[in-house]
Design a binder for this molecule. Sequence first.
Ligand code: 2AM
Length: 142
Amino acid sequence: MYARVFLVLAAASAIFASAHPVLPRSLPTGTVTCGSNSYSPSELTAAINAGVDDLNSGDLQDNYPHQYYDEPSENITLHCSGNGPWYEFPLVPGGAIYTSPSDDYHSPGTDRVIFTSSGTYCATVTHTGASSYDGFVACNND
Ligand code: 2AM
């Protein structure tokens, strides 16, 4: 009897697993490195929250957040589900939140966090080490 229940459960979980091969993964568990810059999961979360707030309020300083496009040639894995749209927001080394008021321009730097409009983490990317000037590569351990 117990063996039969076990078999049924095992079969059900196998079917469930194969029907959902790619589960959205949440934040990285450790430090993410982009070139010589490092970001903790809480720094990534803070940048995503700032980006979602700006998206919702239409506060697009220096045009961020703006849409991020999945370019297959860049080989960047998005750890979120769905078909987008995806958004990008600058990461500032040291943990500050990116801001660029119209009277006080700040460069967005090299690194970006990618997320959905509801704030789900997708990836961390950088221009550092990309094969073209405007291209992105995934950051390490993202
Ligand atoms: P960025 O301004 O944050 O660098 C040209 O590369 C423009 O497209 C840039 O504004 C860049 O963002 C944006 N962009 C969006 N998705 C991109 C991608 N997958 N690769 C490179 N640039 C991308």
